[in-house]
Design a protein around this ligand. Structure first.
Ligand SMILES: Cc1cc2nc3c(=O)[nH]c(=O)nc-3n(C[C@H](O)[C@H](O)[C@H](O)COP(=O)(O)OP(=O)(O)OC[C@H]3O[C@@H](n4cnc5c(N)ncnc54)[C@H](O)[C@@H]3O)c2cc1C
Length: 490
């Protein structure tokens, strides 16, 4: 078949054409398939293996190891952290939304290992602390900004201190099952292919790679843009703030720890086109909205703005490698155009430069894995708690339009972390919850960390008692979590 016909057939069958540059495109089926020879792999044995060392995975591995489980963490990048050090603006949220509900008590509802990370960051000047929002607190009452580089270091140290066997630059590429349980997973690194056996596994890969390899069912919604966030250096934050204030274009605002002061701006947002429309130069407003860029920023350092997001909506799911390659290029081009607009139109940014970008694009969800329970919008918005709660959570990314009832919390049930149909696989992070509006809450960083602590703890208990994840007594999990400072509402 000639290349033209082949491409047409691929399009008709719904498959994207894998062509960035025609020289590299797949050849027709004449090139056939390559049959890989079977080979013997070295085996490593653990009690618990956590796949993905990101927001949830770091916490899951620390929790499992602290329970006494021999734990391995497999992370494809060279450092732990994941999207929390690459995508977001502030860690949402350790607190309930008390400021938006007069008379409601301020409560820190996520503690445990998630709070320990903040305590460690405070020691090295790597966070704003929990800075109360001075404006737009009906979205989040607190802003907790982080230094992304120090977060990586702190996460690394905490994993190491807990005794986790840390495998960075290592990709999970497959799973081998025995009946309805995973026997082991296959990894690739510069040390070659290896087989990691364990009694219990936790999928924290964000995209649900491990669950998909293990045959779990999933959906790919593709209902969010992909994004790369950049940090801008050489910004005069106070001049920028004065300009935005003068034009009545400041929404989010918080003062906290920055450059040795306790009362410096750590969050400044002109969120959405609605706030800056007719207030800032038309060319700027139209330019950044066309580029998918935002003006919500956080910082913990003088002269530095973190997390200028540049979004791009892909037509196909971001599990399509070749379309992602195109998106990566387009987003980087758009980052430069965004920077040029900032330099030209925003006082204080005249000499700004791109100090960092995320190593690869991020997404708010890739695959959503089917678990024993799928948290609904009703559960979240009505503030429901379950008989098997593993944490309480009180933030919604669509607030104030959608809020948790009365500034309260809802519970994440343990059953929502159990991957359906598999005896020894838990999931934690942005990959649970298929309902769009429920996911707009459960996917946020602090919720992912809390889920990670529960999943890691549960995996360790199951491994030590040789239990299937559905045989675990809730009372055992709950008391282990309480002993490790996890907060429960009731
Ligand atoms: C653009 C953007 C902005 C956001 N803004 C905010 C915000 O302001 N505040 C907030 O609270 N939340 C925000 N979020 C949401 C939040 O950051 C994420 O939902 C959350 O961090 C996801 O955590 P996770 O543990 O599920 O995944 P991740 O933190 O992404 O961790 C997954 C890890 O798995 C690794 N991995 C993946 N596949 C494999 C594999 N096959 N083998 C080995 N390792 C693998 C990855 O390298 C990564 O380290 C934002 C998200 C995005 C995308």
């Amino acid at each position: 078949m000639d290349r033209r016909k082949f491409s047409k057939n691929m399009l008709l069958s719904g498959m994207a054409i894998p062509a960035l540059n025609s020289d590299f495109s797949l050849k027709s089926e004449e090139s056939g398939e390559f049959k890989e020879a079977s080979r013997k792999l070295p085996v490593r044995e653990f009690d618990v293996v956590v796949a993905g060392g990101g927001t949830a995975g770091v916490v899951a591995a620390i929790a499992a190891a602290r329970q006494g489980a021999k734990t391995a963490l497999i992370e494809s990048k060279g450092y732990p952290g994941g999207t929390v050090v690459e995508g977001g603006t502030a860690l949402h949220s350790y607190f309930n939304l008390w400021k938006a509900f007069p008379g409601v008590e301020k409560r820190q509802v996520v503690k445990g290992i998630a709070q320990e990370i903040i305590d460690r960051l405070l020691l090295v000047g790597g966070t704003s602390g929990h800075a109360e929002m001075a404006q737009r607190y009906e979205y989040d009452s607190v802003c907790t900004s982080i230094d992304t580089e120090l977060y990586k270091l702190v996460a690394f140290e905490m994993l190491s201190e807990a005794g986790v066997f840390i495998c960075v630059n290592t990709l999970v590429t497959g799973a081998v099952k025995k009946g309805t349980a995973i026997e082991g997973i296959i990894t690739e690194s510069r040390m070659g292919r290896e087989f990691f056996k364990a009694r219990c596994f936790v999928d924290c890969t964000a995209y649900g790679d491990l669950s998909a390899y293990a045959g779990a069912s999933f959906v790919e919604m593709n209902d969010h843009p992909v994004c790369n966030s950049m940090g801008l250096g050489n910004v005069n934050i106070e001049r920028l703030y004065a300009y935005l204030m003068k034009n009545n274009a400041v929404g989010d605002l918080a003062f906290g720890q920055r450059g040795g002061r306790n009362d410096a701006i750590v969050r400044m947002g002109s969120e959405g086109g609605y706030l800056i429309k007719d207030k800032l130069p038309k060319e700027f407003v139209e330019g950044i909205s066309k580029l998918g860029s935002g003006l919500i920023t956080t910082t913990v350092h003088d002269n530095y703005l973190m997390f200028i997001k540049v979004n791009y909506k892909m037509k196909v799911s971001p599990t399509n490698r070749d379309e992602v390659a195109k998106a990566e290029l387009i987003i980087r081009q758009n980052q430069l155009k965004t920077l040029e607009l900032f330099r030209k139109y925003l006082p204080g940014c005249e000499n700004a430069f791109m100090a960092r970008t995320s190593p690869s694009l991020n997404i708010r969800r890739g695959r959503t894995i089917t678990c024993d329970y799928d948290i609904t919008s009703e559960d979240v918005l009505q503030g429901r708690h379950f008989e098997d709660d593993i944490m309480a959570y009180g933030f919604h990314d669509e607030a104030p339009r959608l809020q948790i009832k009365n500034g309260g919390t809802y519970g994440i049930p343990f059953k929502s972390l159990r991957v359906k149909g598999i005896d020894n696989l838990l999931a934690a992070g942005m990959l649970i919850t298929s309902d769009f509006h429920a996911h707009m809450s459960t996917r946020n960083t602090v919720c992912c960390m809390g889920q990670g602590q529960a999943a890691g703890t549960a995996a360790a208990i199951c491994a030590s008692k040789n239990l299937n994840i559905r045989q675990l007594a809730y009372s055992d999990l709950r008391s282990a979590l309480e002993q490790n400072k996890v907060y429960f509402e009731s």
